[in-house]
Write a protein that binds this ligand. Structure first.
Ligand SMILES: NC(=O)c1ccc[n+]([C@@H]2O[C@H](COP(=O)([O-])OP(=O)(O)OC[C@H]3O[C@@H](n4cnc5c(N)ncnc54)[C@H](OP(=O)(O)O)[C@@H]3O)[C@@H](O)[C@H]2O)c1
Length: 272
């Protein structure tokens, strides 16, 4: 398969993050990036940067050998139904589909677009917008190493990439896809509390964020596991001991684990 033109369907938050990463690193020239959104004004920013807007799905399908499906899972049945006849005349391995949707399975894509086509599933996250995202990728077994490397390289323009088997891609949503939401929630609560205690909110946010990045560095580079790092913070009978005691009393671990399971379960429900 020769990838020369790349098409994006659904130019919202995540497609914008991926295309932004590609353009900022010059990995693909803008004139090789095609896009379609049913509200064309959403594409204007990228059109100004030299990308090619399509006026129909057919125009995009005609021109592109790699097609990123960046719409919401609920929109997939409709878009795949329209896409199927538009790619029917292409040879099976002449087009590679990359779906970034939570829950949409290879089986869903194969049923709608053809069993022997090439498919990659991606689970990115919103920090891709800053080139600091984390993306998990799975591929069907017929995707060659070269083709898969190209998709990995595209997501690498926006941060870290890891391959996971498809069986794990719903579980990973709680780890890196949805997880920015609970980290932001923690930041919000810490800032709300600081404000209640008379602190300046911006000062609290700066301190909290530095603590998040520093803690992440410790997890990655100290050689210590998470529990050892928790123990290093927790003086016997001290403040952290009191804090963790309340979390334990209120079932924090169980609540978080239940929320991760709900996240994975919802992805399964979003399957077509
Ligand atoms: N947001 C995240 O953190 C995140 C992380 C990982 C994966 N994902 C996955 O990424 C996908 C997109 O999420 P998002 O947050 O980027 O959503 P989004 O901002 O709503 O983007 C979806 C885009 O698709 C457009 N669209 C809707 N129906 C269309 C159609 N029939 N044809 C063409 N374009 C259409 C929407 O246009 P209008 O708004 O004009 O209707 C919108 O621009 C989802 O499947 C989600 O599961 C999201």
């Amino acid at each position: 398969m020769k990838n020369s033109n790349f098409g994006f369907i659904g130019i919202g938050n995540m497609a914008s993050a991926i295309i932004g990463g590609i353009l900022s690193t010059n990995f693909i020239k803008p004139e090789n990036i095609y896009m379609y959104n049913h509200h064309p004004e959403k594409m204007q920013h990228f059109v100004d940067a030299g990308c090619i807007p399509c006026t129909s799905l057919g125009e995009l399908a005609e021109t592109c050998s790699t097609i990123f499906l960046c719409i919401k899972p609920q929109v997939f049945p409709d878009v795949l139904l329209k896409l199927q006849p538009l790619v029917a005349n292409k040879k099976a391995n002449d087009v590679l589909f990359v779906s970034i949707a939570a829950g949409i399975t290879f089986q869903n894509l194969q049923s709608a677009l053809g069993a022997d086509r090439l498919y990659v599933r991606a689970m990115p996250n919103t920090p891709l917008l800053l080139g600091k995202g984390a993306t998990s990728l799975s591929r069907t077994s017929n995707v060659s190493s070269d083709d898969f490397k190209q998709i990995c390289d595209i997501f690498s323009c926006c941060g870290l990439v890891r391959e996971v088997p498809e069986e794990q891609i719903n579980a990973v949503i709680a780890v890196s896809g949805s997880s920015p939401a609970y980290l932001y929630l923690l930041a919000k609560l810490a800032c709300d509390y600081a404000e209640q205690r008379g602190m300046d909110r911006k000062t609290a946010l700066d301190l909290f964020c530095q603590t998040m990045t520093g803690s992440a560095e410790m997890l990655l580079n100290s050689g210590k596991d998470p529990q050892t790092l928790i123990d290093m913070v927790t003086s016997k009978g001290g403040t952290t001991f009191a804090l963790l005691g309340v979390l334990r009393e209120h079932g924090f671990d169980e609540t978080m684990l239940a929320s991760f399971a709900a996240c994975e379960q919802r992805a399964k429900e979003l399957s077509m």
